[in-house]
Design a protein around this ligand. Structure first.
Ligand SMILES: [Zn+2]
Length: 58
């Protein structure tokens, strides 16, 4: 097992990227992209007003 896998298990990420929710349209989506990136936005409406969703709230 690699160090990366060990870290992922510790923080509970496992296979899927974190989930985000759009403040504008409510779209929930997963992205492994950097949320601080200029181009990080909602795939539904294109809004950059996106927040990290609570884990396990699917
Ligand atoms: Zn949206």
């Amino acid at each position: 097992m690699s160090v990366i896998d060990t870290v992922k298990q510790k923080v509970g990420i496992e296979e899927q990227p974190p989930q985000y929710v759009c403040d504008d349209c409510g779209e929930r989506f997963r992205s492994a992209a950097d949320e601080d990136s200029y181009w990080f936005q909602c795939p539904e409406c294109g809004s950059g007003d996106v927040a990290r969703a609570e884990s396990g709230s699917i």
